[in-house]
Design a protein around this ligand. Structure first.
Ligand SMILES: [Zn+2]
Length: 329
């Protein structure tokens, strides 16, 4: 959980607008939060819900202690609904289910908040159902629609909601923010290259997973450049044991991409922007073994591996093919 002030460090413009609106008690019925992944849209939406429901609000700041704040924090507030795509899209039934639930359960409070993730994935009929919400004349419903693709939102929805654009986080402020949160400098640099979402960072540092993942990537790259006969064993024993599900495997591939990007930086003598900040010696050594063109091909091969992973190719096979194509390419 964060305070409005902490969120303002990440999204100063958006928070400034919301603070002024909250002070005047003039929230719109519907907001459209547009911005790339990890720019804090959901954090801000939840904080807005807390300010909307908090039982002992101090000016605009929710207390984080009352039942409403705690329920929102734990995702079980009966009047705060979060809708996300069910498969590829948000379907009309999901919205209707919500409307029925609101009607059926009766009135816990007369206020309702609904937060829609990937709102661009609403089907046309789902969007129409949402519009019924947005047209409710009373001021007790707050909708926050979030999207990474504002242009894909139906004009009818756009015209009924207030657009707030979330700027991408600057890298350096985010690294500093992570260090302030107690994350090591080494991990903070890598994490800031992987995501700009503090929530995702929190997931990745659980049980020190990121440090373990990082060391597997470093080991794999050392073997690729020095002991390629070990590669298959390491993929089987270490890689698959660390990057267990698809989401983790995707992060693993992103980390490989970052390593190759670091090698490119090392080739260009641009070492102060690398993601693996404590690996400068290895990076410089390995950079000598590859041309820029080769490194670009390696990066293309990693992107291809990501595609295969998405297409549900067996992850061990994806990694083995990737290592082979990098050795050959
Ligand atoms: Zn509260």
């Amino acid at each position: 959980m964060k305070t409005w002030q902490q969120l303002a460090e990440i999204q100063p413009r958006v928070i400034d607008i919301l603070m002024r609106t909250l002070q005047k008690n003039r929230l719109a019925h519907a907001y459209l939060f547009e911005g790339s992944k990890g720019t804090g849209k959901k954090d801000v939406a939840l904080q807005l819900a807390k300010s909307f429901f908090c039982e002992s609000l101090e000016e605009t700041e929710p207390c984080q202690q009352c039942l409403s704040c705690r329920r929102i924090e734990h995702g079980n507030h009966p009047d705060v609904h979060i809708i996300e795509p069910d498969g590829q899209s948000i379907k009309k039934q999901q919205i209707e289910h919500l409307q029925k639930e609101f009607a059926y359960r009766g009135v816990e409070s007369i206020k309702k908040v609904y937060i829609v993730g990937d709102a661009d994935k609403m089907t046309a009929s789902a969007a129409n159902s949402i519009l019924k919400f947005l047209e409710e004349p009373n001021g007790t419903t707050l909708a926050v629609l979030m999207t990474e693709q504002g242009k894909n939102i139906l004009p009818t929805i756009q015209s009924r909601s207030q657009l707030l654009s979330f700027a991408p986080l600057a890298r350096e402020p985010f690294i500093q923010f992570l260090i302030n949160e107690g994350i090591s400098r080494t991990n903070a640099h890598l994490l800031a290259s992987l995501t700009t979402s503090f929530d995702q960072v929190k997931d990745l540092v659980q049980e020190d997973w990121i440090a373990q993942a990082r060391s597997v990537v470093i080991q794999l790259m050392e073997e690729l450049y020095g002991r390629p006969s070990q590669l298959l064993f390491t993929i089987q024993e270490k890689w698959l044991g660390t990057f267990k599900d698809k989401a983790q495997q995707e992060i693993g591939l992103d980390m490989l991409l970052l390593w190759f990007r670091d090698l490119l930086f090392a080739k260009l003598g641009n070492l102060n922007t690398v993601s693996f900040i404590d690996q400068v010696d290895s990076l410089e050594k390995q950079a000598l073994q590859s041309s820029q063109e080769r490194l670009s091909r390696h990066m293309a091969a990693v992107l291809e591996a990501k595609k295969q992973l998405h297409a549900n190719v067996n992850p061990q096979l994806v990694m083995e093919k990737l290592m082979l194509s990098i050795q050959e390419g």
